[in-house]
Design a protein around this ligand. Structure first.
Ligand code: KG4
Ligand code: ZN
Length: 340
């Protein structure tokens, strides 16, 4: 089973992605980004996203098979993201994947997008998923999770308002930067003084694993009219440091209390160089292994979906052609029983 050829499609938001895992290796990972299209609107427009998935899917499927040197007949199972995400976008990827699974008479494996992100740092790790703490920081979600084994996760906490990536994007918008703001705020922060503005670290000492980033964004908004010209780089650096402080403190607390020896950082925000640097320093000091996916596998991609499908197949999952799309994040499904 570990050598199975998995074709995966990911269309949960504004990236159309196709990947192929074969012989236990990622042999193709194609992403057709719609970022330039949505940038014009300052955010993702669902109807525009689904129309563009429709036109992008076939060419990137062909590109993936071409770069892998494989054909449809080599495929042993077809996977697709079934949620969370934009309903109509999810439906397009799911319908294409199900159609291929039916035509090829192969199992269809639905995969949760957040599980894809969560396990993405293990793709290049020879040991694979094991008892660890996972921090998923994306545009839509901020989740702190105890990974027990593949398919058994315990949600420790998540954001009560904005996701970390959403906060980066909103601060970018406040500063007049193009969408998505995250990478731009990070680039400007490199030239800024992170100590210039003392911004709130909400819920830092709340004693739980919940996060809140909307107060931080509001604090940035109140700062702007007080300065002319606006010290953009210093604001970006101060904001970024506040986000990193909270994420790091809570993730390391979870690592200490669960006594695991690995921390897996994932999601689009885990591309952030300062976040990576601070997590590396803290995990090294604690003697904990930091697992990170390469940046191309941190943002939305289908490799992580193919990887989870492969792990499932190896555990005996027979697939489910009747699976439906689930646009909302279902926290209850992530509440595996606590370990002893
Ligand atoms: O995981 P992802 O591609 O999509 C979702 O599932 O949401 O994450 C996208 C998010 C966006 O909010 C984007 O601004 C943020 O990740 N992001 C970053 C960086 N690169 C991407 N945020 C901060 N620093 C970065 N370097
Ligand atoms: Zn994502």
């Amino acid at each position: 089973m570990q050598s199975a050829c998995i074709l995966a499609i990911e269309t949960s938001c504004d990236e159309t992605a196709v990947a192929i895992f074969n012989q236990g290796r990622l042999v193709a990972s194609e992403v057709a980004s719609q970022m330039a299209i949505h940038s014009e609107f300052g955010g993702v427009v669902p109807e525009v996203a689904s129309r563009n998935h429709l036109s992008a899917l076939r060419p990137i499927l062909e590109r993936a098979f071409f770069s892998a040197g494989l054909s449809l007949n080599d495929v042993d199972a077809v996977a697709a993201t079934n949620g969370p995400g934009l309903a109509t976008s999810l439906m397009l990827g799911m319908s294409m994947a199900k159609g291929l699974a039916i035509a090829l008479k192969r199992p269809f494996i639905p995969v949760n997008h957040m599980e894809g992100h969560l396990l993405s740092p293990f793709i290049n790790d020879p040991e694979g998923p094991r008892d660890s703490i996972g921090l998923v920081v994306s545009g839509g979600h901020t989740l702190l999770v105890r990974v027990l084994e593949v398919g058994r996760y315990q949600l420790l906490g998540r954001t009560v308002d904005d996701a970390a990536g959403e906060a980066f994007d909103k601060v970018g918008k406040l500063l007049g930067l193009p969408y998505p703001g995250g990478p731009r705020v990070a680039a400007l922060a490199e030239q800024g003084d992170a100590g210039r503005f003392s911004l709130p670290r909400s819920m830092l000492h709340s004693g739980d694993y919940k996060f809140s980033f909307s107060g931080l964004k509001t604090a940035v908004r109140y700062l702007l009219p007080k300065h002319d010209p606006v010290p953009v780089a210093d604001i970006c650096a101060s904001f970024q440091e506040a986000v990193v402080d909270v994420l790091l403190e809570k993730a390391m607390r979870a690592v200490r209390s669960s006594k695991v020896t690995a921390l897996a950082l994932s999601g689009g925000v885990s591309c952030n160089a300062r976040l990576r640097e601070r997590f590396k320093q803290a995990t090294d000091a604690a003697g904990v292994r930091l697992l990170l996916a390469p940046p191309a596998l941190c943002t939305d991609n289908a490799a992580m979906i193919a990887y989870v499908a492969l792990l499932r197949l190896c555990k005996g999952d027979a697939g489910n052609l009747a699976a439906d799309v689930h646009p909302n994040f279902n926290a209850a499904a992530w509440l595996a029983e606590a370990p002893n």
